[in-house]
Design a protein around this ligand. Structure first.
Ligand code: PEP
Ligand code: MG
Length: 826
């Protein structure tokens, strides 16, 4: 163990803030020859990305792994602050234990520190002592004596506490079982019901408690015994042992890894925060500005009930048209899922109860406006008083729709909000989907709402517009004046009002880091997505228009993994001709210049309606004649498309992909038609793959693989069919998470079947473009990730930062999870 001499202790230290305290302890380490002065900056930098407050008045500042070469000789210094120094808001520190550690020599000392952590009386004594030896004794007295002292209450040394089911594993993390690996261990342990204990020598720790694990003082390369007891003990033991063998995610501490993505960094501000719920990541800095609704004035009574009823019906019809237009606009800009809420709003407007109550009021002599407002406000109040949080949030939707119609019935609009003239953080009680959709992203730096939860549309739309947002910040936030300066941290969900100069500097630096990170990702977008241990993943794009092929290449995409050909069929009055389709595909092969183009045949039906096809309306369109079923039922559409594809196949590496395959028969039937066309045209064969987006396709994957050249998993649909949750449902769509273990297990089965048959698997659903998703999918053995163009650079960067071994371990852990939230927490 390292020695701690009197020269390493500073009693009665004076510091007015955390930085001064760190500088003081750093100066001791420099004076004692432990480190170069520059490591002190590294210690300050570390505070920006991690909280080194250990608990109970003790902090352990240390530098960044990348600066380890500035450490001359591992050492520790302690500065005592009897008056206390504020570390982070509300955390008062009396003992600052500065660490300059090249390796794990300090672990034993840290273990002693954690021994006194629960002992408030000892800490108070050390905080006030005038004898440096008290501190030295406490930190350096042999672990055995500490153990004995604590044994009675910590249960640390009792043999009978061993569980029968156990495994001995050597610690593979570079720094031993220090804070980060121990945290990783606890996170895994908590995923299981079983009790988990860890033995190191004579000590036993609770595997689900961080402090307990730190108390073990386990250095690197020591062997620990993991013990489990409970109904899921086998899987718990396996998951924990695997994680320990793989180093417990300790790579970043080893000094070899790249810096943590700035978007995931925890920032420590000295200004007290208004705490809300993280809605959309990113940092916004600027003055706040309140969003106010206009006041809609309507007469209470009216002369003619008939006239009022007609006015109401007209207003509702106009509102439906507005909503349809809004839907189309948002869909164009942010995709179908984000636009779906406006379809739900149209549906709300057809609610007979809402209308009936309004008509009743009209018959009693009220104006259409008054009658309507009374009806929707009462309905919103009813929904708002429900227990279910998701339903509660729908009250906001009812008010939003209500106001939309009311505006059309208004006699006057008062206090209309003025357009924003300079960029600001928008603060509001809540924002309706219509309000959010109208926002100008250039003027809105960030959004903070007093109400709402993570499922609110404010959060969802803010994410799609890439605006940092927090929701549910509470009504106090509404009391601040327009113009008050704010920092909004969308990652933690905190808003800092009237921030200090120091905090503004931290925020600006973090914002700059994020921009730099994006820029770096974009600059490196043409580099292959190769893991640190040499495993290559193909990163390609999903496109839905000819012009996007070129944009995809410019963004670093290595081809097109999914061409949604529906774009050729929508918003027109008749189907496109073979020639038109051919020209469009050729435009893409030309732009791709030798890169692959996977053309998915028409996937109409479900949510994708084409009026001129006059398809019969269906009770359950998602379970009806959609995708390949429609292609097979309508050879007049299918055959010209196949002809156009085979012709385009002469101009570049084109592949065919069939959507929504649910049975082997469908695949064989579709292939037979394709082959018939090919022969007629005397064209070259083209590889034919299928989308895996129906549970039956997963279960039949071994059979389907015999007839397909590749699989591409459509996680958007697969998720909705596996979880039985409509992908466009306004309140369920958030739970329909493609990282749900049920969906991941489906992908795992698909990959295994494909591997046995010797074909490759891609993923082209939304989750492939989420860096977390990309990491897990890579670990599951997926070899191609296809995503929207803006995600290409970030996903490639993510793959390049991880090792394949790590991602395989991550995928294993994800498969063992019980919920999507657990997977995301990994
Ligand atoms: C999917 O279902 O995941 C998919 C990529 O297809 P689409 O979103 O076009 O239905
Ligand atoms: Mg699909």
């Amino acid at each position: 163990m390292i020695q701690l001499g009197i020269q390493s202790i500073q009693l009665r230290g004076q510091a007015s803030n955390k930085s001064e305290a760190i500088k003081l302890v750093a100066s001791l380490l420099v004076a004692n020859g432990n480190m170069q002065a520059a490591y002190s900056d590294s210690m300050l930098q570390r505070e920006k990305i991690a909280n080194t407050y250990l608990g109970n008045g003790i902090a352990i500042p240390h530098g960044l792994p990348k600066d380890r070469e500035l450490i001359l000789q591992t050492g520790i210094a302690v500065a005592q602050f009897p008056e206390g120094v504020e570390w982070n808001s509300g955390e008062i520190v009396y003992l600052v234990v500065g660490i300059a550690a090249r390796s794990d020599e300090h672990i034993e000392l840290l273990a002693n520190l954690t021994d006194v952590l629960d002992d408030a009386a000892t800490i108070q004594r050390l905080a006030k002592t005038t004898n440096a030896m008290d501190i030295i004794d406490c930190l350096t007295k042999s672990r055995d004596s500490n153990t004995q002292a604590n044994e009675s209450n910590a249960n640390n040394n009792v043999h009978v506490d061993d569980f029968e089911k156990s495994i001995d594993v050597e610690l593979n993390s570079d720094g031993g079982l220090h804070a980060r690996p121990a945290t990783a261990f606890v996170e895994i342990a908590k995923q299981f019901q079983s009790e988990v204990r860890v033995r190191h020598g004579s000590k036993i720790a609770n595997g689900k408690s961080l402090v307990s694990l730190l108390k073990l003082g386990a250095n690197k390369r020591v062997t620990i015994r993991i013990m489990v007891s409970g109904h899921d003990e086998d899987s718990a033991l396996k998951a924990l042992a695997d994680a320990v063998r793989l180093g417990l995610e300790d790579e970043a501490e080893s000094g070899h890894a790249l810096p943590v993505a700035s978007s995931q960094v925890m920032l420590n501000f000295s200004t007290p925060p208004v705490a809300g719920i993280a809605g959309s990541i990113g940092i916004a800095i600027g003055p706040i500005r309140h969003f106010r609704h206009e006041k809609i004035v309507v007469a209470v009574t009216a002369q003619s009930p008939d006239v009022e009823e007609t006015r109401l019906n007209h207003a509702i019809a106009s509102a439906k048209i507005q909503l349809q237009n809004l839907h189309d606009e948002v869909k164009e800009r942010s995709g179908a899922a984000h636009a779906a809420i406006f379809l739900a709003h149209i549906e709300f407007l057809s609610d007979p109860d809402l209308l009936e109550a309004a008509v009743c009021n009209i018959k009693l002599g009220h104006s259409a406006g008054w009658a309507w407002r009374d009806s929707y406000s009462k309905r919103a109040a009813e929904v708002g008083s429900l227990e279910d949080a998701l339903l509660k949030e729908r009250a906001n939707d009812i008010l939003d729709i209500g106001r939309r119609v009311l505006r059309l019935l208004a006699d006057a609009l008062e206090e209309e909000p003025t357009a924003m003239t300079e960029p600001a953080i928008l603060v509001a009680e809540d924002l309706s989907p219509s309000d959010t959709a109208k926002l100008d992203p250039k003027m809105v730096l960030g959004i903070c709402t007093a109400a709402g939860g993570p499922t609110s549309h404010t959060a969802i739309i803010a994410r799609s517009l890439d605006i940092p947002a927090i929701v549910g910040a509470g009504p106090a936030v509404l009391n601040y004046q327009d113009g008050v300066m704010g920092i909004l941290d969308g990652h933690t969900g905190n808003l800092y009002l009237n921030p200090s100069e120091g905090d503004l500097v931290i925020a600006r630096n973090a914002q700059q880091d994020q921009q730099d990170q994006r820029m770096a990702e974009n600059l490196a977008c043409y580099e292959p997505a190769m893991t640190t241990d040499g495993h290559r993943v193909e990163v390609v794009a999903n496109i839905g228009a000819a012009a996007e092929a070129e944009q995809a290449v410019n963004a670093g995409s290595e081809g097109v993994g999914l061409l949604r050909t529906e774009f050729l069929f929508l918003q027109r009055s008749e189907p496109p001709s073979e020639e038109e389709q051919y020209k469009s595909y050729c435009e893409m092969t030309k732009a791709l210049n030798g890169l692959p183009l996977i053309i998915r045949t028409l996937d109409i039906g479900g949510d994708k309606e084409v009026p001129y096809l006059s398809l019969p309306s269906e009770e359950n369109p998602f379970l009806g004649v959609r995708g390949i079923r429609l292609c097979l039922a309508r050879p007049d559409l299918f055959k010209p498309q196949l002809r156009a594809i085979y012709r385009a196949g002469m101009t570049g590496p084109v592949k065919i992909m069939f959507p929504m395959i649910a049975t082997v028969e469908e695949l064989l039937a579709a292939k037979a038609i394709a082959e018939e066309i090919r022969k007629e045209m005397n064209a070259n064969p083209i590889e034919i793959g299928i989308m895996i987006e129906v549970p039956s396709a997963v279960l039949m994957a071994p059979e389907l693989a015999r007839h397909a050249d590749f699989f591409s998993v459509g996680t958007n649909d697969l998720t909705q069919y596996v979880l039985a949750m409509d992908r466009l449902h306004p309140s369920l769509s958030r739970q329909a998470d493609a990282l749900h273990p049920a969906v991941l297990r489906m992908i795992d089965l698909t990959v295994k079947a494909a591997k046995s048959a010797g074909i490759w698997v891609g993923v082209c659903g939304g989750i492939a473009g989420d860096p977390k998703g990309a990491a897990i999918l890579t670990g599951l053995g997926v070899t191609e990730l296809s995503m929207s163009i803006p995600s290409v650079a970030a996903v490639k960067a993510k793959v390049r930062k991880m090792s394949y071994t790590e991602s395989v371990a991550l995928a294993k852990r994800a498969l063992a999870c019980s919920t999507a939230a657990e997977v995301r927490a990994l």
